[in-house]
Write a protein that binds this ligand. Sequence first.
Ligand code: GDP
Ligand code: IMO
Ligand code: MG
Length: 423
Amino acid sequence: MSVTAIVGAQWGDEGKGKFVDILAADADLVVRYNGGNNAGHTIVNEYGTFKLHLVPSGIFHQQAVCIIGPGVVIDLPGLVEELREFEAHGINFKGRLFISPRCHLILPYHRALDRLYEEAKGRLSTGTTGRGIGPAYADKAGYNGIRLSDLARRSLFLEKLGLQVSIKNRLSVALGGETMSADKIASDYLDYYNYIQPFVRETFGLVQDAIQGGKRVLLEGAQAALLDPDWGGYPFVTASTTLVSAATAGAGVPGRAIERIIGVAKAYTTRVGNGPFPTELTGADGEHIRKNGQEYGTTTGRPRRCGWFDTEVVRFAAGLNGFTELALTKLDVFDDFETIQLATGYEWGGKPAHYYDGDAIFLEECQPTYESWPGWQQSINAAQTFEELPENARKYLQRLEAVTGLPASFIGVGPRREETIIR
Ligand code: GDP
Ligand code: IMO
Ligand code: MG
């Protein structure tokens, strides 16, 4: 078993970081392949609680080489802050963290434009994390990006940056924003680069050698299938591809090398930002899930929207990604629920409908069809095997497996590494 991918099966924040941390105990290489610091991957282990935005969640395991692949957009001050936090906790990453020089940079004007576009769009806004993700990937696609490798060539970097700042300043003024100084950005970013320069190296050989040598490789996805720009409810999506296929370009891994594709899903559903959410609960049950599950954004602290498990969404994600199994997280959040609803499908205009039948506006009009399942009304945090779960929890899980058509190989019963049932 060599190459395993960990992919979000809903709208993000499913617990991908926790599972990468668990599986990385037996990995030689961990590669993050998409997104930027819009991601927030929480890990609770013997070192404490960490919220990783760019560094692969395998970093806590000393045998694991960690790579930030070329598909990732990098916020340099954010990355430096993350690395300094590891230093403060005595977590050694030197000599085993590598960053692709192909990574594009998120620059201060990307963050400013992200905010200005959102403000200008008003009720049509996406509800982004404000990290400059869309504008940074837009520059990458439009041949206006600046990459880490550019920082190694000082005069070329200054030339590219000067040109981009002059363009972005004009855009910013048109949108009612401020102008920026290229000199200030240049001096800050050259300083950040000094700090991370020892970790920047071409990663192609590392990844290829690992695959050809039969090493254990973990691919860490950010965001999730329903935020994919092609398959999510555009424009309420993120800018980079979120499917497992993103790992081919974003990590430099041939598609046929990926053997195991683990879809991570919560036992319910959450979403941050705007856009359709058919099983959303706006009343007491939603508040109950938010309170038990501590559903506040890892990156922005925004309250997450909460709802019942949506089989239609997870089946769709499974079809797009080819999940071999599920890692189902946060089952413990239902510990004190009397009844749990499970959405098994959608109806539109009184007829069966699918997620993929229409656009974001169509999805707003879809009605989920629900089944009711009795809760178990006891704590399951200590369960280490499927058999140790209460009967009603087993029944809910078995039904969830049947309707999604996927086995749940991992079941999360608490945030900590060891609060996990491995089947
Ligand atoms: P990611 O972006 O997919 O890595 O997920 P986040 O870290 O944004 O959000 C998942 C949250 O759920 C984090 O606070 C985790 O510590 C927490 N978590 C993960 N698995 C479980 C679980 O099985 N039970 C509980 N109660 N919390 C969990
Ligand atoms: P992880 O990896 C949840 C959402 C934002 C917004 C939309 C676009 O932690 O699961 P962006 O800043 O990317 O332009 O915002 O995407 N979003 C996420 N939601 N988890 C994430 O990452 C997300 N990354 C982006 O809330 O709706
Ligand atoms: Mg997250």
